[in-house]
Design a protein around this ligand. Structure first.
Ligand code: DC
Length: 234
């Protein structure tokens, strides 16, 4: 008689990297939900730490102060793709981490090596504990955090398409014009790609998907197919 352990698919680790505005979050959440996997938004963790630094009056441009404080707050990520959560010392910060104040300072905080060490360890623990596997989205997941991931995907899109998508997300008072959004994205790309410690980069063995001319459903379908192909081949 076959046991449940034999028939259940092995846990699968999927790394999805790429710059902002390429559809990473929407794609990762939907793929995780479709395949019954956990979901981890690593950008939210860097944002949460940045929120804590700003709230506690730490100058994010003082790398020594940021490094000293990196391990102080406790960041907890809920990995249900239908309702991901993030708390800092028990406070729900899912709203404030999306503010312009945090967005404009997160690249400085995430460039500090001590910050990356703390958050990377947290990410590896969460991935290792996901019972059926997990989709982890970020900038350095395939290259640094989970180099042995079963599947690595690197999402791209043209600067115009990325700015249009991001402007659509920034509803209400923080909405800016397209040119300003494109400039802000370009600045964050340069900082995230240019930093010394685990910059935004495509892993050599990642599958690159240009999402410029694809609908979200098409991107999701593409990644789900890639995961299923990996599972069949395993
Ligand atoms: O995905 P996001 O825009 O929410 O990410 C916010 C910032 O966090 C991004 O500008 C760079 C940083 N980040 C990182 O350095 N490494 C990751 N794995 C994820 C995000």
């Amino acid at each position: 008689m076959e046991t449940a352990a034999r028939t259940a698919p092995a846990a699968v680790i999927v790394a999805i990297d790429g710059p902002a505005g390429t559809g990473k979050s929407s794609t990762s959440k939907a793929v995780a939900a479709k395949l019954g996997l956990g979901y981890l938004d690593t950008g939210a963790q860097y944002r949460a730490l940045t929120w804590w630094m700003v709230t506690n009056g730490i100058d994010v441009n003082d790398a020594v102060a940021v490094a000293d404080a990196a391990a102080k707050p406790t960041i907890v990520s809920g990995t249900d793709p239908a309702a991901p959560t993030i708390t800092v010392d028990g406070t729900d910060v899912s709203g404030p981490i999306r503010s312009q104040e945090v967005t404009s300072q997160v690249s400085a905080v995430s460039a500090v090596p001590e910050v990356r060490a703390v958050i990377t360890e947290l990410q590896r623990t969460i991935a290792a504990e996901a019972p059926r596997g997990i989709v982890v989205e970020g900038r350095d997941i395939g290259t640094t955090v989970l180099p042995d991931a079963d599947l690595k995907v690197f999402l791209t899109a043209s600067p115009e398409v990325r700015a249009a998508r991001r402007s659509g997300e920034l509803k209400g008072k923080e909405a800016t014009d397209l040119a300003a959004t494109q400039a802000a994205l370009a600045k964050r790309d340069a900082l995230d790609s240019g930093r010394k410690t685990s910059p935004l980069a495509k892993a050599d063995d990642a599958v690159e998907v240009d999402t410029s001319d694809l609908t979200l459903d098409q991107v999701i379908e593409c990644v789900v197919t890639l995961v299923e192909e990996k599972r069949t081949a395993a």
